[in-house]
Design a protein around this ligand. Structure first.
Ligand code: FMN
Length: 221
């Protein structure tokens, strides 16, 4: 039997093509691909190819998994009964297959309205089943934000973006802190908002640091 190759699942969610979260995520992915020539690379663009919101039938799949205490993802198809659940499963199965195959999951996530884009939340709602552990995997989040939300800034309490993703990955998928990396650019709005023009240098510095960190993280085997 041959061991499966290291696999990177790369999720994009920005509505923009020229996007900072895409640029930083690509820096990680390019470095990862160079340092893992034997690896498998899966890319899903949730802006170009959105996943639908969960349906009532999806909640029935979820209730079945919960009621029967199913924790083995390979047993989820036992929940598929009838055409509505089959249609819901046809949407979620390919998403789960690529998520489970990945040992590294890269999520490129812009901040929208203090949180993650609805396209990314729709994907999370689809793939998150009760008591589903993804322990053993590494998660990398490449982010971009219009403002500054770091500790000590006035906007820090409004960060439901990194805070949400950290809590979700730890609380639902059992990913320990040391298996998560967050790398991103702040103050992106200084490029367009005259009121933030004075912070352009800070943005440029944060982008340069994020790109260098993403390349370094991606190149680490
Ligand atoms: C719909 C929308 C909502 C946004 N909400 C926020 C916000 O709450 N806080 C913030 O700092 N920036 C916000 N921004 C700015 C983005 O975070 C910023 O443009 C970032 O660069 C987007 O990532 P991207 O470059 O990968 O598209 C928002 C942008 C859009 C389009």
């Amino acid at each position: 039997m041959t061991a499966s190759p290291p696999t990177l699942l790369h999720i994009d969610a920005s509505a923009r093509r020229r996007s900072l979260s895409r640029e930083i995520g690509d820096a990680f992915a390019d470095a990862w691909r160079s340092s893992h020539p034997e690896g498998a690379y899966l890319h899903r663009d949730l802006a170009l190819d959105p996943v639908p919101q969960i349906s009532e039938a999806w909640t029935e799949l979820c209730d079945h998994v919960l009621a029967h205490q199913i924790t083995d993802i390979a047993r989820y198809p036992e929940a598929v009964r009838g055409p509505a659940r089959a249609a819901a499963w046809a949407i979620v199965e390919p998403l789960l297959v690529e998520l489970v195959a990945a040992d590294t999951v890269l999520i490129a996530a812009p901040m929208y309205n203090f949180s993650v884009p609805a396209s990314l939340k729709a994907w999370i709602d689809q793939v998150a089943f009760p008591r589903m552990s993804l322990a053993g995997r590494r998660f990398v989040v490449a982010y971009a934000r219009g403002g500054a939300y770091g500790p000590g800034t006035p906007r820090h309490p409004y960060d439901h973006h990194e805070r949400y993703l950290r809590d979700f990955l730890a609380g639902h998928f059992a990913i320990p802190d040391e298996a998560m990396s967050f790398v991103g650019a702040e103050l992106v709005n200084s490029r367009t908002d005259p009121a933030l023009a004075g912070r352009r240098r800070d943005h440029d510095a944060s982008r340069a640091t994020a790109l260098a960190t993403a390349r370094k993280l991606g190149g680490t085997r």
